[in-house]
Design a protein around this ligand. Structure first.
Ligand code: ZN
Length: 186
């Protein structure tokens, strides 16, 4: 169970965005995109809370339909697909819609509506081409030159020498002998 009182009291920030109404859906999803693309790789949008933290609740109406159309917008708008969760909750007698998402390590960045956003504090901006390139080099294992660190045993290697043949050709092998996986060491 999320600590809503704490979350609202803390205000908007690197991983939290407030939206008073569901009509700001596009801005909300851009903000979510910007949050998951930052290094912390996760974000929460609270619908029904004003930017100053006032709990106003979402428009009364069909919340099932609202949830479904939000989830549809996420499925259609994000590339690669975004792992997200939507829940309806009651807080101080008002209905809130809580949208949370996380970027898996295997995704360097997500785009929403064809644009890649990044968040700094509570502000967002679009990634430039050279930033996208730099992010790909530091987060995408196919582009990363090393060194590497295992996410399980913590062992560290300068180069991955083992490769696997797949139907798409030669692929670096990221498996560590301990059962973990090698990821870019940053
Ligand atoms: Zn290992």
């Amino acid at each position: 169970m999320m600590d809503f009182a704490g979350l609202i009291a803390k205000g908007e920030g690197q991983t939290t965005e407030f939206k008073k109404s569901l009509s700001s859906r596009r801005e909300a999803l851009e903000a979510l995109c910007a949050m998951v693309n930052a290094d912390c790789a996760k974000g929460t949008v609270l619908f029904g809370v004003a930017p100053d933290g006032t709990v106003c609740g979402v428009e009364s109406g069909n919340l099932d339909t609202a949830q479904r159309s939000l989830s549809q917008a996420i499925n259609q708008g994000f590339d690669p697909p975004l792992r997200s969760e939507i829940q309806v909750t009651e807080f101080e007698g008002k209905q809130l819609i809580v949208l949370t998402a996380e970027r898996p390590r295997s995704v360097p960045y997500h785009e929403y509506g064809g644009r890649a956003w990044i968040r700094q504090g509570s502000e967002k901006r679009q990634l430039t081409l050279s930033e996208k390139d730099q992010i790909r080099r530091s987060r995408d294992r196919a582009f990363h030159p090393g060194p590497w660190k295992c996410d399980r045993c913590g062992s560290w290697v300068v180069q991955l020498i083992s490769v696997t043949m797949t139907k798409d050709g030669m692929k670096k092998n990221y498996d560590c002998s301990c059962g973990g996986q090698f990821w870019p060491c940053t």
